[in-house]
Design a protein around this ligand. Structure first.
Ligand SMILES: Cc1cc2nc3c(=O)[nH]c(=O)nc-3n(C[C@H](O)[C@H](O)[C@H](O)COP(=O)(O)OP(=O)(O)OC[C@H]3O[C@@H](n4cnc5c(N)ncnc54)[C@H](O)[C@@H]3O)c2cc1C
Length: 416
């Protein structure tokens, strides 16, 4: 009886929508629920980069070492929203513990290796299955450095990438300028990742996935999930607005808000909002077609169909705090220094909340102590990259397959 009921996926961001598609392909009835239209939250405004070469999670000693100097400098790529500090302290303590524990760091690297290997295949398959080809470009990506010491600072990550078989080319300033015409003479080095892929419209990717989902028989329901009814270790209904949906299984993919739903279900998902900003500029004089990351400044410059997107940097904050638009202005200032000859007036600004767990590994798998609740949240800086892989892993898990061993490090039960 219960198997004829749908799987309810909560959250129509990129993770929930890709998961709904993967479950649908397994032949399941699926209801995708969101309080807003698909893809209007964090998945709306990211930098669009499918970062499959990103094999080092951020919880690690070298990042921790740089944190104190960056934190209180409002102009650095990493800062905190000062009134949020008391709320953030437990999360920061957990981050520090994960970053200094070599076992945790190694577990994170292994998990990312496994996830990124899956991500590449999963995106290629989804692009085919959902007809998303016009929204993606395979042009690679270019990281640039304005000092030799910053370039040397990335040596450990490059060694690891080499060990994992990542293809990249170290280039000098002149070659970097040839790859991205208009780059400042201050750029002394670059690293070009030829396998990189980006989307020219992250919001349209989610919207099209949702459209395909509905066209192939999936149901999209608009409404805020307010709670659950349980029968022992099973969730039987999801309460939404004034009504409820009877469910055979539930997937929590509500981004940062997954923490509230997890609490409701009796387990912990200590997610914070790692806020990031974007600014859209008119495409005035742009002569490159790949994402460029000025590494020391911590953001991406991505050519998109509606203009040039400057997106990134980190501002740790408690939920629902007012944006600090000076962080967006920082992006524009940085861009003007990196590409001094490129014009382009500002079109729009945006703030988004990366859903981040303190060990910087996502939660993918079955929820602790519950038989039919699955988790897909905590994707922090790489949610676009990992969404389709997460969807496939959850769909396979629900079908009874065990997770790859390395993904034990992403067990949703690790926070109790
Ligand atoms: C500036 C910036 C740049 C980034 N660049 C990149 C990049 O280049 N590459 C990359 O891979 N990643 C990038 N990311 C990260 C990526 O955008 C996120 O990891 C990803 O969007 C998270 O997706 P999600 O589906 O988990 O969450 P969301 O997109 O936030 O979706 C969650 C959904 O759940 C819904 N919801 C929440 N609570 C409820 C409820 N109770 N009931 C019903 N619905 C609910 C929300 O309305 C929302 O639609 C970037 C992020 C930022 C901020």
């Amino acid at each position: 009886m219960t198997d004829t009921l749908p799987v309810v996926v909560i959250g129509a961001g990129i993770v929930g929508t890709a998961t709904a598609r993967a479950l649908q392909r397994e032949g399941r009835a699926v209801v995708l629920v969101d309080s807003d239209e698909p893809g209007r939250a964090t998945s709306f405004g990211n930098a669009g980069f499918i970062a499959i070469d990103h094999v080092l999670p951020l919880a690690r000693p070298d990042v921790l070492k740089r944190v104190p100097t960056m934190l209180l400098d409002r102009a650095s790529p990493l800062t905190v929203h000062p009134p949020s500090i008391p709320w953030l302290l437990p999360w920061m303590a957990r981050f520090a513990l994960a970053a200094i524990n070599p076992r945790e760091v190694t577990a994170g690297i292994d998990a990312f290796g496994a996830l990124m290997a899956e991500a590449n295949i999963a995106w290629q398959a989804e692009i085919q299955a959902s007809g998303l080809g016009e929204l993606f470009r395979s042009r690679g990506a270019l990281y640039v450095y304005e000092s030799e010491s910053a370039f040397q600072g990335g040596a450990a990550e490059r060694r690891l990438q080499t060990a994992k078989g990542t293809e990249f080319e170290i280039v000098d300033g002149a070659r970097a300028r040839a790859l991205a015409p208009g780059l400042t003479e201050r750029v002394v080095r670059g690293v070009y990742y030829p396998r990189g892929m980006h989307t020219v419209n992250p919001h349209r990717v989610v919207a099209l996935l949702a459209e395909r989902f509905a066209a192939e028989g999936g149901t999209i329901r608009r409404g805020r999930v307010r709670g659950f009814t349980r029968d022992g270790r099973r969730v039987t209904t999801v309460r939404i607005g004034d009504g409820e949906i009877a469910a055979s299984a539930v997937v929590l993919a509500a981004g940062r808000a997954s923490g509230d739903l997890a609490r409701e279900l009796g387990f912990n998902a200590p997610l914070v909002a790692e806020r990031g900003y974007h600014v859209m500029l008119e495409p005035d004089g742009v002569r490159f077609d790949l994402p460029v990351c000025p590494s020391e400044r911590g953001f991406f410059i991505t050519p998109m169909e509606e203009g040039l997107r400057l997106a990134g940097t980190v501002e740790l904050a408690a939920p629902h705090k007012a944006p600090d638009w000076r962080r967006a202005e920082l992006l524009v200032r940085g861009f003007r220094q990196v590409f001094p000859g490129i014009g382009g007036g500002e079109r729009s600004r945006w703030i988004g909340e990366r859903p981040s767990l303190p060990d910087f590994r996502p939660a993918i798998g079955r929820a602790p102590r519950l038989e039919n609740v699955w988790c897909g949240y905590g994707h922090q800086h790489v949610g676009l990259t990992l969404a389709t892989a997460t969807g496939r892993l959850i769909a396979r898990g629900m079908a009874g397959e065990s997770m790859p061993t390395a993904l034990a490090a992403c067990d949703p039960g690790r926070f109790g």
